[in-house]
Write a protein that binds this ligand. Structure first.
Ligand code: UDP
Ligand code: MG
Length: 312
């Protein structure tokens, strides 16, 4: 039997994009020498996505469905897809055709030649606005500065891993607060970056608001770096030094012109110091929040039903 590729597709309210995605994907998958399965992960869609998928699965047994009990997020959907995959390679992609299925043969060729991980790097993103591009560049600059890992700025949620890497993700990377794309880039193994052009969405709308992206960025920084925790030490050293300077200055003025007034100075300093202090307490709070969610150990996703899947 030949090798098999599992194509994992995360789906959240994509009823309009799904039929076209299926058509395009199957067109490519039928041409390759690998066997394939199309694993749709329904991430709690509120529209008719699940029904559309079920119709596809009824006609095509290579279409498999994992349906969540509610929305767990894009990453959870990819993780579930990897968990349920049975292929020698797993390719994660979006359902909106922003990740072109035409890249699949090239990915599989790399896999055939011994590559363990293929990172798809976006050279152009037609649907991202200027604001999204700037904030995303800023985020990557910052995370690469403060963490000891190195992220490729234009890497996307379009990537492929072979079964060795998939096993590591299944067994060892079960964090509740996480950055899947970041793990994949920093596991080691033989990695290959492949360029692609992200087209515009075929239908529907982006599910990532700027607010969501902001929280995502903050969590990622907290997950991959302990630097924010050290801010307290730096702030303490800084304000200590400032305090000593202020003390020397105060003693001098006192000797030369008598007791200094300085009400304004006191008010400003107190406000400043307290804001720094609260900020640091807040940062520690965020870390405690992450610890708490890891400790509770709730599932990353809950499966409601599956289709065409016999294991589990
Ligand atoms: N998605 C998901 N769960 C979510 C949000 C999005 O499974 O909570 C899926 C969505 O259906 C799409 C992919 O993740 O297939 C990427 O989402 P989107 O296209 O909205 O993001 P963008 O391409 O704008 O970054
Ligand atoms: Mg998209």
């Amino acid at each position: 039997m030949g090798k098999k590729v599992s194509v994992v597709v995360s789906v959240y309210n994509e009823e309009q994009a799904l039929p076209e995605f299926y058509r395009e994907a199957v067109k490519v998958l039928r041409e390759i020498t690998w066997e394939y399965e199309l694993l749709f992960v329904n991430d709690g869609s509120q529209d008719e996505s699940l029904q559309v998928m079920k119709d596809l699965a009824a006609e095509d047994s290579q279409v498999k469905i994992i349906s969540f009990s509610r929305n767990f997020g894009h990453e959870a959907a990819m993780i579930a897809g990897i968990d349920y995959s049975s292929g020698d390679a797993v390719i994660c992609m979006d359902a909106d055709l922003q990740h072109p299925p035409e890249c699949i043969p090239e990915i599989l060729e790399l896999m055939d030649n011994g590559t363990d991980i293929v990172n798809m790097v976006r050279t152009k993103n037609q649907s991202a606005g200027l604001l999204k591009n700037i904030t995303s560049a800023g985020f990557y600059w910052f995370i690469n500065k403060v963490s000891d890992v190195n992220f490729e700025a234009n890497a996307s949620d379009f990537f492929a891993v072979n079964h060795k890497v998939a096993r590591v993700l299944k067994e060892n990377y079960r964090e509740k607060v996480r950055f899947l794309r970041g793990y994949v880039q920093n596991l080691g193994f033989r990695v290959h970056n492949l360029n692609y052009e992200a087209g515009a969405r075929v239908a529907g709308q982006s599910k990532y608001s700027l607010k969501k992206l902001f929280y995502f960025a903050v969590n990622t920084i907290l997950c991959f770096s302990n630097m924010p925790l050290k801010l307290g030490i730096y702030a303490g050293l800084g304000s200590g030094a400032l305090g000593i300077l202020m003390m020397i200055y105060t003693i001098f003025t006192w000797v030369r012109v008598g007791a200094p007034s300085g009400y304004a100075t006191i008010v400003v300093l107190i406000c400043f110091m307290f804001s720094v202090l609260f900020l640091i307490v807040g940062i520690i709070g965020e870390y405690i929040g992450i610890l708490f969610s890891e400790l509770k150990d709730r599932p990353i996703y809950i499966v409601d039903e599956t289709e065409n899947i016999d294991r589990r």
